[in-house]
Design a protein around this ligand. Structure first.
Ligand SMILES: [Cu+2]
Length: 315
């Protein structure tokens, strides 16, 4: 057990020591990460900025208050002959200051926070909509208007490991599974640089759809449709979990978002669409048509590959 813990710790240190790996995992929390993550969307950056503003104001207040206490305790201590002022009752000047300063600070924080909140609920001008439905215990994703839908549940390997460890009471290490309980069978593929609207609901009990790198979590409530939106800046894999205690397998309904460039997304989407029903009356025609169709597909693949090469050169 001890060796397992050490291995996990060593693996964590190794990951932090490798900037390349750390870059790839930039959106995931790291061991011993203290601050909240920046995330990969406009909204997550907003949340991060609001958090940092409040944090630095708190740091300033902390330094002032504890500094004043330290000075008072050291400079005016009894052994130095300090005498308490027993006649003091109140000071109007001080009372005004300690009322006005906190109010000013709250207003300073409330203004940007409110505009960011309004922005967060503004789903206008979105280019596509994904419907998310929470089930005990999996997610269903529907690409509205595209005829593409699928369910996404805990990956088989994680599930097997969890059944095993339940009996053996052993700990699952990173060697057993790099993303234990954070992997799914079907990932939610989304395009980058696209305003995506989500409509979120549930079919049985309340769940909550949460991918920290996107910067928000939204309740999935039966009979209610909640809205949210995202625009992902960087391609990558972003993991999350159900964030509302929803039953015995609440901890086993992870979320995986795979953000890919727009053209790659279009290819993926086309591949997901159900094949058109075969035409009964023309037995010979499909063979002829198949060839040009294949050629087209190869062409788009070649173009896509060229794009990737271009991107690599540009990068
Ligand atoms: Cu749930």
């Amino acid at each position: 057990m001890k060796a397992g813990w050490f291995k996990q710790w060593a693996a964590g240190v190794a990951v932090m020591a490798l900037p390349m790996l750390a870059q790839a995992q930039a959106a995931d929390p790291k061991p011993w990460q203290l601050n909240m993550g920046r995330g990969v969307t406009h909204l997550s950056h907003n949340a991060y900025e609001a958090h940092m503003l409040a944090l630095w104001i708190c740091v300033g207040i902390g330094i002032l208050v504890f500094g004043a206490m330290a000075v008072a305790m050291v400079k005016f201590r009894h052994s130095k002959g300090a005498k308490p002022d027993t006649s003091f009752t109140h000071s109007t000047k001080l009372e005004v200051i300690w009322t006005v300063v906190p109010v000013a600070l709250l207003v300073l924080m409330a203004f940007p926070a409110t505009s960011k909140l309004i922005n967060m609920y503004d789903t206008r001008d979105s280019e596509m909509t994904v419907k998310v439905t929470g089930f005990q215990w999996m997610w269903k994703y529907e690409y509205l208007g595209e005829g593409v839908e699928f369910t996404s549940r805990l990956d088989r390997k994680s599930d097997e490991l969890r059944q095993q460890t339940r009996q053996t009471r052993q700990t699952v290490t990173a060697e057993d599974h790099e993303h234990y309980l954070l992997d799914v069978d079907n990932v939610l593929v989304l395009p980058t640089d696209t305003k995506i609207r989500f409509v979120i609901t549930a079919d049985d009990v309340i769940h909550a759809w949460w991918v920290p790198a996107l910067g928000w979590k939204q309740d999935a409530i039966p009979g209610i449709v909640n809205e949210a939106w995202t625009q992902i800046d960087e391609p990558g894999i972003y993991r999350g979990q159900c964030a509302e205690l929803c039953g015995k397998d609440h901890g086993f309904m992870p979320i995986v978002v795979k953000a890919v460039p727009k053209d790659e997304y279009q290819q993926w989407l086309a591949a997901q669409k159900p094949a058109p029903a075969p035409v009964e009356a023309a037995p010979a025609a499909p063979a002829d048509e198949a060839a040009p169709a294949d050629a087209d597909e190869q062409n788009t693949e070649a173009t896509a590959a060229a794009d990737v090469d271009d991107a690599a050169v540009a990068g």
